[in-house]
Design a protein around this ligand. Structure first.
Ligand SMILES: [Zn+2]
Length: 82
């Protein structure tokens, strides 16, 4: 568990296998990027950043219904209006 590895960009969560982001803002930047790309590709699935209860870092992913779903955290209130 070295901070240097996180700063380098890539590390993955052992529990979820998702890419780790060390801060909410970094995760949200990536969310914006994915949303823009998905829109161009006609993919309307929403992508969210959420804090992982296993590794205590941030992940980005599609919201999945069904079993244990991570709590979504609105990006600076943008999603609250919905
Ligand atoms: Zn995690």
């Amino acid at each position: 568990m070295s901070i240097a590895a996180y700063e380098d960009g890539f590390d993955t969560c052992e529990a979820t296998g998702r890419r780790i982001y060390i801060s909410a803002s970094k995760a949200h930047v990536y969310v914006q990027r994915i949303q823009a790309k998905n829109k161009r590709n006609g993919d309307r699935h929403a992508v969210h950043a959420f804090r992982c209860e296993h590794c205590d870092h941030w992940h980005v992913g599609h919201m999945v219904s069904g079993k244990k779903t991570p709590r979504p955290i609105p990006a600076r209130g943008e999603d609250l209006a919905a």
